[in-house]
Write a protein that binds this ligand. Structure first.
Ligand SMILES: Cc1cc2nc3c(=O)[nH]c(=O)nc-3n(C[C@H](O)[C@H](O)[C@H](O)COP(=O)(O)OP(=O)(O)OC[C@H]3O[C@@H](n4cnc5c(N)ncnc54)[C@H](O)[C@@H]3O)c2cc1C
Ligand code: FES
Length: 293
């Protein structure tokens, strides 16, 4: 199917010759720290064996290999200025993620990557930025938020909108509390279901967009969360006047090769592993509207 836009965000080729050998073989890393964020979610700090420097673009992912179990795509969730380790936040939902969540400090792990496209942090400079996350979707946005906060003068108004199921399942709570102390960003957190401890917003995260202050014509929006949440968020952003080519979504599909060879992650004419995961909304709007794709 032909694209209806001219964007090209690929970082690797589709033929074998253009795939660097190093992207097909896992490198050895060691678990330096494993921190439980929530009862089912762990943040792993992974230090390289010899020879590699962990460098990535916010929004990219690595393939994490739990030896003897399998390999899955996991987004980078750490500070892009940290060149000593890769940081990943993993939710235990199945065989491989469960093995990764169980890794103790000192254990070896295999890593291929980083892969895929990043958030448009350079394009966003000089304008307003709206970042909208649902649940674990805050993990791939966290490196972009940390980058923007440490280069705050480059951006206009910065808004972070975060939705989670309930207060007990709030990911990166201490980050959210730190960011809330800042006077130079707007941050709103909402929960689907409140408990007696919660005095903030109740409702789904797209509902926060109409209340947020930004200049839609000079805004870049970065969105990550469950697909249904991204659907409603993209609709709310366009209703608020943000052009489709100013909205970026992070897409998820099952991955195998991660280099555009196997077709596992096909999404219409694109492969999420190399044309995504961060994709501009106008490039995928027609296919994104088809739920089963
Ligand atoms: C680009 C990209 C980035 C990703 N980033 C992260 C990340 O930062 N952290 C993270 O934890 N995962 C992330 N994932 C999801 C991850 O790759 C795996 O799909 C997921 O961990 C399940 O793998 P599994 O082998 O453990 O479970 P499986 O055995 O594949 O699945 C077990 C069960 O869990 C369900 N399931 C699969 N994926 C999910 C999911 N994401 N949420 C809830 N239920 C699910 C399946 O439908 C199935 O019922 C990302 C995926 C992609 C494509
Ligand atoms: S995972 Fe093989 S083509 Fe994307």
């Amino acid at each position: 199917m032909p694209r209806n836009c001219n964007c090209s965000m690929s970082t690797v080729g589709t033929d074998m010759e253009r795939v660097p050998y190093g992207l097909l073989l896992p490198a050895f890393y060691k678990v330096r720290a494993a921190v439980w964020e929530l009862p089912d979610t762990v943040t792993l700090e992974l230090a390289p064996g010899t020879g590699s420097t962990p460098v990535f673009l916010p929004g990219q992912f690595n393939m994490l290999y739990a030896f003897g179990v399998g390999e899955i795509a996991i987004s980078l969730s750490g500070n892009p200025a940290d060149n000593e380790s890769f940081v990943h936040t993993v939710r235990n939902v199945g065989a491989v993620s469960s093995a990764l969540c169980g890794l103790a400090p000192g254990t070896q792990i295999g890593i291929r990557g980083p892969f895929g496209t990043g958030w448009p942090l350079d394009a966003a400079e000089g304008g307003d930025v709206v970042m909208v996350a649902g649940g674990l979707g805050l993990a791939p946005l966290r490196p972009a938020i940390l980058h923007i906060l440490s280069h705050r003068e480059r951006y206009g108004r910065v808004t972070i909108l975060f939705g989670t199921r309930n207060p007990a399942e709030m990911l990166f709570r201490s980050d959210l509390e730190d960011w809330r102390q800042r006077l130079d960003i707007d941050i709103e957190v909402t929960v689907d279901h409140a408990d007696p401890s919660w005095h903030g917003s109740v409702g789904v995260v797209p509902g926060l967009i109409a209340r947020a202050s930004f200049d839609p014509k000079r805004t870049i929006a970065m969105v990550c969360g469950p697909e249904v949440m991204m659907r409603f968020t993209a609709a709310a952003l366009t209703a608020a006047g943000v052009p489709e080519n100013g909205i970026y979504l992070s897409m998820e599909r099952n991955m195998k090769c991660a280099v555009g060879l196997c077709g596992h992650c096909q999404f219409g004419p694109d492969f999420i592993c190399k044309d995504g995961p961060v994709m501009r909304f106008d490039c995928i709007a027609s296919i994104f509207a088809v739920r089963e794709v």
